[in-house]
Structure formats: C-alpha cells, structure tokens
Design a protein around this ligand. Structure first.
Ligand code: CUA
Length: 297
C-alpha cells in the first residue's frame, strides 16, 4: 500500500533497500552454495585444498558489508530524523489511550473517538495512557509510537491525501487489544476548520459512553462483550459475586456509582473482574450523566 504521510516515502526507502539487499544476498549466497556443492563434491575432489591469507578477499568481505550496513543506517537515520523533528507550526492533538479505546482531544477542547485531520497540514501528537502501555499505530502513515501511563510521548505526521486510514493498537494491552481500533479521517483543510469550529458542546448520551471508552466493553444493544450490556440494565435484579459469595442486588444509581469507583467489588455473575477503576478519570457531572444515559437504555 502506498504511504499517505509526508515521510512515508523515507520509511519505505529504508525498508525496500534492506529487503532488496537481503533478497539479493539470499539468492546470491544460495546460488554460490549450490555451485560449490556440485563443483567440489567428494567424488570429483577427494583431497580438499587449504587456502590461507587471501588479502584481496578478506578486504572485500569486510569493506562491502560495512558499506552496505552504513547505507542501511543512513536511510534509517534520514527517515528517523524527520519523524523526530516535530514542525513548530504543527497542530497539537492529544491522543488518550485507555483499555480499550482511543480518544482524541483538540486544542479547543473538542473530543472525538476518530482522529479527524486536515490534509496537507502537520499534526503533532501528545500520546498518553490512563492505564497500561498501548501503541498508537497508523500503518498508512508509517507511524507507530507507544502510549505510556505517567508520561507523554510525542510524534507527528502530515497526511498528504484525503482518505480514511486504520488506527491499531500495536502493544498487547489485555482482553480487547485486538478490538482497540479507530480511524484517521483526512479531509480538506477547509472542511476540517469547519468541523473543528462547530461547538458540539460536552458529549452527551451514547456519545459520552463512546468518549469515555465504556462501549469498548459494554454494548448498548444487549449483546455480550467483556462486561454486561447497558441495555435494560437499570432496575434489573442481578446476581453479583462479592468476595466470592453470590448475592442478589438491584441495579440502581448506587450500584452503577460503585461499579465506576470499585469495578471489581461486586462482579455480575459470569463475568471476569477486568475493569479498571474510572473514579479518577471522570468528573462528578460525567458520572451523573453516564448514570442518566444508562437509565434510558
Ligand atoms: Cu491497547 Cu493493545
């Protein structure tokens, strides 16, 4: 696939050079090996010769590989340097990774579950994680950078073509790692400015559940994922396991609140204690809003 970022050609150049060199060496060495097997087989050459001190040969097999790896290093370095030098006029976007979803936050506070970017303008990324190590990976941009808890990593890219590009998580981060997907949507700069300028206000309803990453594990359509579905949950009588003992509870505001702060205290029977505590990641208003949304589902 053709790269879609300003520096993808540099990454491809290093990759193709290393791959090409390796293929040529494989073919050449295998050919010489087969030739030697036939040419110097025992029935034709019963007495092997001892060959020592061939200066020309020794110089050649030292100098040529050195040049080869230096060229590989140069191509790798040239691409790496461009990827590390973040342009000063780049538009900053904060990438927030969490088990198991992505949220993108723009300078004006706008949040999105997809990375919308203007084609032809550099975008700088501040990569964060609220729980474990994830890795932000956009193959079409040849961009991959870890998201670590407790620190901010940096990367940048400039999309050179309008289009939709996959985002993957490239670091195993638990049960739903393979479902930690999103999209880069590269759109014309003018459309982007309009999109960014439209104040959608704080996320509401199911949009809030998406932004906060709830729907990575809890569906809103009744199907079963890592956790129980939100649909029809409120007011239901449920069997939960508390300290290994099953008991009956009614799903009310208090239960949902407790499940946000201490997710593993009362686990619904049949599920695993996998949810990270969300208390520090949500404001009181957001918790109330989430409870309201769940009530409606
Ligand atoms: Cu996040 Cu794998």
């Amino acid at each position: 696939m053709n790269g879609a970022s300003s520096y993808s050609g540099l990454v491809d150049r290093a990759f193709i050079f290393i791959l090409g060199t390796s293929v040529l060496l494989l073919i050449g060495l295998t050919g010489v090996m087969i030739y030697f097997l036939v040419r110097y087989r025992r029935s034709k050459n019963p007495n092997p010769a001892q060959i020592k001190d061939n200066v020309t040969l020794e110089t050649l097999w030292t100098v040529l590989p050195t040049i080869l790896v230096l060229v590989m290093f140069y191509y790798g370095w040239a691409g790496f340097k461009v990827m590390r030098d973040i342009p000063e006029d780049a538009m900053p976007v904060t990438v927030k990774a969490q088990m198991w979803s992505w949220v993108f936050e723009y300078e004006n506070g706008k949040q999105s579950t997809e990375l919308i970017v203007p084609t032809g303008r550099p975008v700088s990324l501040n990569l964060e994680s609220s729980d474990v190590i994830h890795s932000f990976f956009v193959p079409a941009f040849r961009l991959k950078e870890d998201c670590m808890p407790g620190r901010t990593n940096h990367a940048w890219f400039e999309s050179i073509r309008d289009g939709d590009y996959n985002i993957f998580c490239a670091e195993y981060c638990g049960e739903r790692h393979s479902a930690m997907l999103s999209m880069v949507r590269s759109i014309p700069a003018k459309e982007f400015d309009e999109w960014l300028g439209v104040d959608t206000g704080p996320p509401e309803g199911t949009q809030l559940l998406a932004i906060k990453g709830c729907v990575a594990c809890h569906t809103i359509d009744g199907s079963k994922l890592i956790g129980p579905s939100f649909k029809g949950m409120f007011g239901r009588t449920e069997t939960v396991v508390t300290d290994g003992v099953p008991r009956q509870i009614v799903v009310d505001e208090q239960y949902i609140r407790k499940s946000i702060f201490e997710p593993n205290a009362d686990i619904v029977e049949g599920y695993q204690p996998l949810m990270p505590a969300q208390g520090d990641l949500l404001t009181e208003e957001e918790i109330e809003a989430i409870i309201e949304v769940i009530k409606e589902l």
